[in-house]
Design a protein around this ligand. Sequence first.
Ligand code: ADP
Length: 536
Amino acid sequence: MRYNVTLMSDKKQLKSDLSDEVTRRKLAETELGQVQEIFRLLVDAVTDYAIFALDKEGRILTWNPGAQRLKGYTANEIIGKHFSTFYTKPDIERKHPQWELETAIENGKYEEEGWRVRKDGTQFWANVVINKLLDQNGRFIGFSKITRDLTDRMRAQQKLQESEERSRLMIQGVRDYAIFMLDPQGMVATWNEGAERIKQYSSEEIIGKSMKTFYSEEDLKAKKPEMELEVATAVGRFEDEGWRVRKDGTRFWANVIITAVRNSSGKLMGFSKITRDLTERKNAEEKLKELNDGLEKKVQDRTQELETAVKSRDEFLSLASHELKTPLTTLKLQNQLRRKTLEKQGIAPFTQEKLNKIIVDDERQVDRLTRLVDDMLDITRLNVGKLSLRKEACNLTDLTKDVIDRFMSQFEATKTEVTFEADDAIGNWDPHRIDQVVTNLITNALKYGPGKPLQIRIRNHSNKTLLEVQDHGKGIDPKDHDRIFQQFERAIHANEVSGLGLGLFIVKQIILAHGGKIWVESSLGEGSNFKVELPL
Ligand code: ADP
């Protein structure tokens, strides 16, 4: 503060100096008063801390709203009382409040955390700071005491500790998994019951030892443990299945998961390692694999045997068919010869007719036998995938007409009425094979519906032609419609109508080889309509 002083006489000067001193003191007093007031207001504004002063013996001198809130006493109730009022019985008995003050006198300050008692008898966890107070001349005049209620923080900490303890106990008690911690260098830091059971080391034996202890010589040479920690550090996690070694040197098949453990600022604190013993599963898998391999070998052997058997059968069929064809050709020629001889010789018409009937019958039997032999040959060809087509421009209508003509005597003999309606259908097909198809379908119509009307139709639809051979014979149960096109499959008993079940199979293969399709529309007793579609 600055004062303007003007020049005056000495007396005046002295008087003036005196009055200045008084003013200064008054001002200083006023300032001190103001500061004390500000300080009081400040302390009174604090509600989260109990701030109060004690005299040299520990009696309470001042009291702020924070103290009232924390401890429950008003200033009137507590000022003048000893501060040990706030202590628990055991603390008072062991003279702890006195000891605190003594320590503060000795060291200038005392700080602790502990239980304190409110007016209503409830307790709170307090952080307490006691400072020794000295006046301007360094004389000891008492203490300041600041108390904070840390009950919530303490309880949260307690809860955290309890939960950590529970987790620790839980992990400790897990017997099926080895769960333990490694430090950043891969040294074992914790150990649980499962780890002891699986790896056979007690915690005393293994804590502080390297994780390498559990690896085989080969894995150690290949630096597998180091690699695993490197991967876990880099990407956070490493998982593996492999052989690990127990204390007694035996191996077990382990599933291992290593996870890097980092603190909140990202610093690597170590690794958690979870190991499962999967030896039993591994052994079971290996047994299963052995069994499967054995089974596969058996199937292979069996397939080989079957293939050999089928090959032998086809070879036999092929050989037998060829062998049968020679006498059949001879028989056919002989029949022709017999017919010519019959015509030349002047035999009585009655006998001639009888003989002719025998020859026709013979010819029919030879034809039937020839077809069977041809079917057998076709089957052996189809089984080795040797059905080759000789395609050329072919007129289905003409071809069908020829086949019908060939059957004329049989139609007459069985009194079968035939109708034929046709578009002119020309395509690039194998005429010999298509003839075989038409012959087969008409043969079946006669075989399974002799004497019943037979309709044959050929209709063209855009770039396809549809051949239909419709009889009014026995018909076929719809459940057999697919089956009858398979090898050796029949929908009728051999005692009723004889046959091998090969004709439709061969027909279907021929049609498929031409890029066409075949199916039947029929039901039992209603006759059958076999439909063949061919590309034009
Ligand atoms: P197969 O006539 O020698 O038995 P197919 O392969 O020609 O051999 O015929 C298979 C089966 O289909 C026959 O056994 C018969 O049950 C049935 N089938 C074929 N065509 C007809 C038809 N037109 N009417 C009734 N059933 C037929």
